[in-house]
Design a protein around this ligand. Structure first.
Ligand code: GLN
Length: 318
């Protein structure tokens, strides 16, 4: 899929052989393969081999480059928080920000302490507490929010071959004690309208969406393209898209958001499945997958790959 945006020309003028660039990056990061820890706190995710790596770079004009395991499905986990937020913003606009903030958290994605300090208003929609509130909004707004999210993601990615991995959702439900704690906490502050079980059922399913790097890069092209995708034209406004991108820039990597901004310099979102999706507005989207995580819960190989990519690609958003 591609949109032929004029800005892409800047990239094409600085023309590189992107396939070779990706291959060179992979050669450089090869020593990190298999390093880091797979997210074992969700038992089903512990089964994923740590040595996988895939990458897909997609320009807004449709030029696409893939490498390694880029067409293999993985659990997108918290990357899905961008999608659920997009659906909530499309339905409720600025009302979303009455129940969830827009400040970087500087804490882990599943931190409880911050929620106590902030009286049940999560810092931002990309930490677990914030995404749980967003799920609560989706339950208010849609008859079948699970299907609504899935069909939106399918439209963004341009394929119907995107599903929930029910085993992953169930695996997380069984041991999701922290998320239950967060949800009960939110409820005690009056920031959860539905029953905890109902909200978390939606949350765990959305986290358990499986996609490939290719599908993720395609889906994220929506955020490079002012909130429009084929079949979902002007789904959110240009201004809303900018705000979502700003949130990805400042909050997409939990307590590593500054580091990601410093080294990679793109709005993006990570997940404990080892995926990272990032965008350069009006130019390209990129998705990487490497299940070995660093201490902050972000993909070790993925971070390295993106740092190298943005160091080698000439135009920068900064
Ligand atoms: N489903 C995971 C959780 O709630 C998502 C966390 C993540 O990807 N950072 O713990």
């Amino acid at each position: 899929m591609g949109y032929g945006h004029p800005f892409t020309r800047q990239f094409l003028y600085c023309r590189m052989n992107y396939q070779e660039t990706l291959q060179a990056i992979l050669n450089d990061i090869e020593p990190a393969r298999g390093k880091g820890r797979v997210a074992a706190y969700i038992p089903e995710l512990a089964k994923v081999p740590a040595d996988k790596f895939g990458m897909c770079l997609l320009f807004i004009n449709g030029e696409q480059y893939g490498l390694g395991d880029w067409q293999e499905k993985f659990s997108i986990q918290s990357i899905s928080k961008v999608f659920s937020l997009t659906l909530a913003v499309s339905k409720y606009g600025d009302k979303v920000w009455e129940r969830v903030g827009v400040e970087p958290s500087g804490t882990r994605f599943n931190s409880l302490v911050q929620l106590e300090f902030e009286k049940g208003i999560p810092r931002n929609p990309f930490i677990n507490a914030g995404a749980i509130v967003v799920c609560d909004m989706l339950l208010d707004g849609f008859e079948n929010p699970k299907l609504e999210v899935l069909s939106m993601v399918r439209d963004f990615a341009g394929t119907d071959a995107i599903h929930f991995n029910l085993a992953v959702a169930e695996s997380e439900r069984k041991v999701g004690y922290r998320n239950f704690a967060l949800a009960y906490f939110l409820k005690s502050f009056g920031n959860l309208h539905h029953e905890v079980e109902t909200v978390l059922d939606l949350y765990f399913h959305i986290c358990a969406i499986e996609m490939t790097c290719e599908e993720l890069a395609n889906a994220f092209l929506f955020y490079t393209n002012h909130g429009s995708a084929p079949g979902r034209e002007h789904f959110i406004t240009n201004s809303q898209t900018r705000r979502l991108n700003a949130l990805m820039q400042t909050c997409g990597f939990y307590d590593e958001a500054g580091d990601f901004s410093f080294k990679v310099g793109l709005p993006g979102k990570s997940g404990v499945g080892g995926g990272i999706a990032a965008i350069h507005p009006e130019a390209y989207s990129v998705a990487v997958w490497g299940p070995g995580l660093n201490k902050k819960g972000n993909s070790l190989m993925g971070l390295k790959a993106l740092e190298m990519l943005t160091s080698r690609i000439v135009p920068s958003i900064f």
